[in-house]
Design a protein around this ligand. Sequence first.
Ligand code: NAP
Ligand code: SF4
Length: 672
Amino acid sequence: MPYNHILSPLDLGFTTLKNRILMGSMHTMLEEIPGGHERAAVFYAERARGQVGLIVTGGIAPNDEGAVGMGAAALTDDTSLDGHKLITDAVHREGGKICMQILHTGRYAYHNKLVAPSPIQSPITPFKPRELTEEDIERTISDFVRCAELAQMAGYDGVEIMGSEGYLINQFIVKKTNHRTDEWGGSYENRIRFALEIIKRTRKAVGDNFILIYRLSMIDLVEDGSTWEEVVFLAKKVEEAGATIINTGIGWHEARVPTIGTVVPRGGFAWVTKRMMGEVNIPLITTNRINMPQTADSVIADGCADMVSMARPFLADAEIVLKAMEDRADEINTCIACNQACLDHTFTMQVCSCIVNPRACHETILNFEPTEKVKKIAVVGAGPAGLAASTLCAQRGHNVDLYEASDRLGGQFNMAKVVPGKEEYGETIRYYGRQIELTGVELKLNTRATADMLIKENYDEVIIATGVHPRIPDIEGIEHEKVVTYAEVLEGKVEVGKTVAIIGAGGIGFDVAEFLTHQGELASMHVDRYMEEWGVDMQYKKGGALTRPMPAPSPRIIHLLKRSPGKHGKKLGKTTGWIHRASLAMKQVNMLSSVVYKKIDDDGIHITAHDEEKVIKVDHVVLCAGQISNKNLLEPLTDSGISVHVIGGSKEAGELDAKRAISEASYLAAKL
Ligand code: NAP
Ligand code: SF4
């Protein structure tokens, strides 16, 4: 059997997990919306049917103060037990096991009733927390215990106590957030008392045969975080206190080191859990950026952990484990770690989904039933929108022809995948390529579909997914030979010089800057190099394991220009924008806003910025000034009376993004 390390069962003494893959906790927002329990039940049941060893739910607060936001999910009494039972019953019917995560956010709460060990505001939330009194602490511990008891009553197989990522328990443990002078602060023994009391009292309340996972912050990645010796000491105490399994937490949310973004190498933090192997006798789970069975298997084979936690990969593909079991890893819809439809949704109070799988968390809404009337369908364009539309229509039983003018699949994803840190986008192209084979889509590469051709073929439906082309802004000298488009750069059609001005600082301007500031070996491909680049000390010489970042110097001087005022990258994803900004700052990219473009000539680009005129001497000017939709097929096809649909960038270039493109394609395919 391939992947036998992850697929072998794990005996916990009183119960056996059918394999070593854990579906890690994710807040999906289904926890909060009306009808959310019903939808969550279907969501988790699909993953259980997909053979995952154990599921952990999104975080549920033990009291209202600890909830993520005002009115967010909490389990404080028996009134919502029926809702939770829907989830546990659905998972058990599929032969799965499920634990509920108990999460107290402490000073990370997004409401003004927040509490913490000490009244110290976090850098990522707008509210200052109230300091917990000693009575509050006792009450909070009881709330954790009560919450676990309620979870047990609801039929969960266990709970995960969230002790990492900078949430309340972690805030007690680390000096910088715990300035208390009573028995809950001061010495390390005092600071870990809160965590240990929760575990001990919970174990006592729920009995021996209930899974109790403790998520332990093994590397805080903040100044004055725990030292390695302290982390090991805590792990031993956690085991003694009654935990069944220890899960790994990597970095606080306020840490300035990317820990889950697509820039992180696959399995990039497994070395942290590996340091803990042998220190305790209970199983250890490793996590972060493990998105394919190959990585999961090698992490376990390398002795990094007993189990592997994957969270977002289960949004991208409910059957990831099943496909690994059946040696069909090439059919896995891989999580590309973009955060665009999962975490970015959660942080903007929208129900989670997935860029490559819009069905995630929408299983009761979006379904691809076999068609009752087989149609002849043409899809024009094999970018993300066209690939999703064609394969889903064919999966439903339609006869689908997919036309692509170039010699390859993937459209703009071919450009994304060459950007350092975005290599995972290539996996989506691989996935759709395999889907084309499996669903029987008739692929016509090197074929530019014309309206006449499509009309002659008598299609019942034509789906236009022809994408976009770069906008050429109206600037004097725009035809100068030093002016090139982002497409020419990312497709390797030009050799870009040593000094470059980029016009436009949207997602693509940032991508191009990233591309041009790297050369040779990429940090995102090598764990050691990545840690060095972002200042993570793999020797763990001091608490928090931070050191001075050592970015590789940029091979070019880059000026990233935009007309609008204010900070660059404001519109980038909420959870990833800071990474792009930090990355370019490390490469000393010169970011200029409020720019008026005057002209481009042999001297370079002439601009005014903040009322100051200047000439930036550059070898090349790269245009990243947005896109224009390719719509030329629309009118003749509509005039001919064919049923035509336009999706993705060809529908609306302004808001072009893969999330909308794949989502539009999917909802269209579901109804044709
Ligand atoms: P974009 O985000 O719309 O940015 C293009 C920028 O070019 C505009 O913000 C505008 O900025 C500037 N611009 C527009 N017209 C111009 C003109 N006539 N002259 C000079 N400058 C002009 O578009 P994009 O960067 O091409 O990205 C396309 C889509 O892909 C976006 O939806 C983006 O979110 C997505 N994407 C996202 C990422 C990511 O999140 N990392 C990466 C790649 C792509 P000013 O007006 O300020 O100059
Ligand atoms: Fe992964 Fe992106 Fe999907 Fe989130 S939206 S699960 S990060 S592919």
